[in-house]
Unconditional design. Structure first.
Lengths: 110, 636
């Protein structure tokens, strides 16, 4: 399939993620949107890796074929770690303010 | 006697010490002490100046170097004193006449409180110090220090009775007009330094050929502007009559004998520069002559005894500048000397009269004083005869020398210069004897209390008057012209080395003896006629309520020059100042500075709103930032 479909899907997912982060009030939903952005990037990486695979072999550099695909795993690991830390923070916030509403967190005001 | 030059530094330092002691210790010194310190320092300076004079007479001149005043790589100006014939004559005049005036002041100012008395002597000593610096400097910069110093002391002394606002205004006027002249002087010095790299007299006068004609004309013109301010010539003369607000001894010292002659000294010192700039010499002569005539006409109708003498000073200074303008440098210095004697005597005599009249200065209220004040009367009469140019008094010799030089200066214009000079001499004789007659002759026209109070002044006042009277009579005999006695002009012989360069360049027009006798006779006869007519007219003066009219009114109002300056210069400057202070300063500059404060306030209020504490807003800003970054990466 042509690369433009993959790019389009990834961009759509990424934008959805951004809009979600900016607009949603529930912090857990914001987290899910962050995951969405990360996964969109993963998709893009894998697609580009496949796209360049054929020409890379022709250019006699066999190592570069699956570089991006390995990188995807790194991203997933980072996402997992970040989620664990973030959810821990949300739990602490809930214990203090009894709500997961982001707009409640304006104690830094002024 | 060659060692006397080692002591030359003491001449200005002694009055400076007097200033410091009287000035800093004015609350502690008694009146007698202050008088002794003030007069004593000047007397000691006079003794050293006399010793220096005798040494210089034997032919020794001396340049004493003390320390480097300015020492930058290209420019070196030392604190040097130059003692030669010209400066030694001025030293004698300043310290001699100055000492007499100090003694006079101890009696004249005896009504003051001790600390004001000491302050007065401190200022007088500071003035003598500055004037001595002026005439002893070996370069234009040291002269300028003294130049500024005498202007300052003039301000301090005119405004001595500072509780009176009018006196302060007069003092300010004197100082400001002086400063306008000083600007010209400074520009000339800068020009000289830029062209020749030095302000030293010796070097400058030796390298005159290195300057182009425009340079010399420009420098001499600017120096003359300085002289115009300091020596009260047109257009910067109106401060001198107003300066009569100061105590009378101050008027005698500063505005008759010394400060106003600083301009003459400066031009006489730079005589070679002026000889090489005939254009400037022409200007100097014309300005001098016109000032002489203008001031003489005004003096004809003045009724304040000191104002008549003030305008007389302006007029005589005009004579001196006329002499300088036609190249008669010795004549100018001679007239400075004789004028110092008789003008100081006139002012001191006027002070004695004012003292006796309990402060009255209007001559319409005087009269018949000769019965009550014989010493003052005789000395004043002698001074009037001297200033009118009657032989054998001093004024005759010096004035005649100037008139003869004016006549001989050029084939065509000489007669006009001479004629106008004689006209001024006639007016001088007339107004001086009008003053004399209205003050001392006729019937007393004052009030009864004043009449009871009339008395001759104490010895401290009359002895200086007597000494000055003797000098006014015999002072001219050092300058007897050739027509009377071969080799009689001792002053010219003495000053010859100073003016040697100039005299070598100009061709002396020699008048034959017959012409000179004729000129002398004409001026003396005409002046005598004016003298006699004024004597007879004003000895019978009756006080009338009649107002002046016509030309008399114009003269009594000083040709409305003050009003003219007021309208053309003072009012516009004041209104510009008011505009700047009210509108530009309050709205413009203040508005601008306050506006910056307000802008910072406003900005900070707006930016504070960013800190909403909303996490969502922070994330939005983060996203926008990243977006901006990417756009910049892509497109730039």
């Amino acid at each position: 399939m042509e690369i433009k479909w993959y790019i389009g899907l990834a961009v759509a997912l990424f934008c959805t993620g951004i809009v979600g982060v900016l607009t949603r009030r529930n912090s857990i939903i914001i987290f899910m949107c962050i995951e969405l952005m990360l996964n969109a990037v993963n998709l893009l990486l894998v697609a580009f890796s496949k796209m360049h695979a054929a020409s890379a072999i022709a250019q006699s550099n066999p190592n570069v074929v699956s570089d991006a695909q390995i990188f995807v795993f790194f991203i997933m690991v980072v996402a997992a770690a970040e989620v664990s830390v973030g959810l821990a923070i949300i739990v602490m916030l809930y214990r203090n303010t009894h709500s997961v509403d982001v707009n409640f967190l304006n104690r830094l005001k002024n | 006697m060659g060692n006397v030059f080692q002591l030359v530094w003491l001449i200005p330092v002694l009055p400076l010490l007097g200033f410091l002691i009287n000035g800093l210790g004015r609350k502690q010194v008694s009146k007698t002490m202050a008088g002794i310190i003030g007069s004593g320092t000047v007397f000691l300076s006079f003794l050293i100046s006399a010793a220096v004079f005798f040494s210089v007479k034997d032919g020794n001149t001396h340049v004493a170097h003390y320390f480097d005043f300015i020492n930058i790589t290209a420019l070196k100006i030392g604190f040097d004193f130059q003692i030669d014939q010209l400066s030694s004559i001025f030293l004698l005049i300043i310290t001699g006449v100055g000492f007499l005036i100090h003694v006079y002041s101890t009696a004249y100012m005896h009504d003051e409180e001790p600390k004001d008395f000491a302050k007065y002597f401190a200022y007088l000593n500071l003035f003598v110090f500055s004037m001595l610096l002026l005439v002893m400097g070996a370069n234009f910069v040291i002269m300028f220090i003294g130049w500024e110093g005498v202007g300052l002391c003039s301000y301090l002394l005119i405004g001595f009775w500072f509780k009176n606002t009018n006196y302060n205004i007069a003092a300010k006027k004197a100082f400001i007009m002086n400063r306008i002249g000083d600007l010209g002087f400074l520009l000339a010095v800068f020009w000289l330094i830029s062209k020749l790299g030095t302000a030293d007299y010796h070097t400058v006068f030796a390298s005159v050929s290195k300057l182009s004609a425009t340079d010399i004309t420009g420098i001499t013109m600017l120096l003359f502007v300085g002289a115009m301010g300091k020596s009260a010539q047109i257009p910067l003369y109106t401060w001198l009559p107003d300066a009569m607000a100061g105590p009378t001894p101050v008027s005698a010292l500063i505005h008759a004998a010394t400060m106003v002659t600083a301009g003459i000294y400066m031009i006489a010192r730079s005589n070679i520069l002026y000889t090489m700039a005939p254009v400037t010499q022409c200007v100097v002569a014309i300005v001098g002559l016109s000032t002489a005539i203008l001031a003489a006409t005004i003096a004809l109708k003045q009724n304040d005894i000191k104002k008549v003498l003030a305008y007389s000073t302006v007029s005589q200074l005009g004579y001196m500048f006329l002499a300088l303008g036609v190249g008669a440098y010795t004549g100018a210095v001679f007239h400075v000397m004789t004028h110092a004697f008789f003008k100081a005597l006139l002012f001191l005599g006027a002070g004695s009269v004012i003292h006796a009249m309990s402060g009255e200065q209007d001559i319409r209220n005087m009269g018949g004083l000769k019965k009550h004040m014989s010493v003052t009367h005789i000395t004043f009469l002698l001074a009037c005869l001297a200033i009118a140019g009657m032989p054998p008094f001093s004024g005759f010799f010096s004035k005649d020398e100037i008139l003869a030089a004016a006549f001989a200066s050029s084939e065509t214009g000489g007669v006009i210069l001479w004629g106008l000079g004689v006209l001024t001499a006639v007016m001088t004789a007339f107004y001086m004897f009008r003053l004399y007659a209205m003050t001392f002759l006729g019937k007393f026209r004052g009030t009864h209390e004043q009449e009871h109070h009339l008395h001759e002044s104490p010895k401290a006042i009359t002895i200086p008057l007597i000494i000055l009277a003797i000098l006014s009579v015999v002072g001219g005999w050092i300058g007897i012209p050739e027509v009377f006695m071969q080799g009689g002009h001792k002053l010219e012989e003495f000053l010859a080395p100073v003016f040697a360069q100039s005299n070598a360049l100009t061709e002396k027009h020699h008048l034959d003896h017959l012409t000179e006798y004729g000129l002398m006779a004409a001026s003396v006869v005409l002046a005598l006629g004016a003298l006699i007519s004024a004597w007879s007219k004003y000895s019978k003066y009756q006080k009338t309520e009649k107002e002046e009219s016509g030309l008399g009114k114009v003269l009594a109002n000083k040709w409305y020059v003050d009003e003219f300056y007021d309208a053309i210069i003072v009012k516009p400057v004041l209104s510009i100042a008011k505009y700047f202070s009210n509108i530009f300063e309050k709205k413009g500059v203040d508005g601008f500075v306050n506006g910056i404060g307000k802008a910072v306030n406003y900005g900070s209020r707006q930016i504070r709103l960013l800190q909403s504490g909303q996490v969502g807003a922070y994330v939005l800003m983060m996203v926008l930032g990243i977006l901006l970054f990417f756009i910049i990466q892509l497109f730039l």
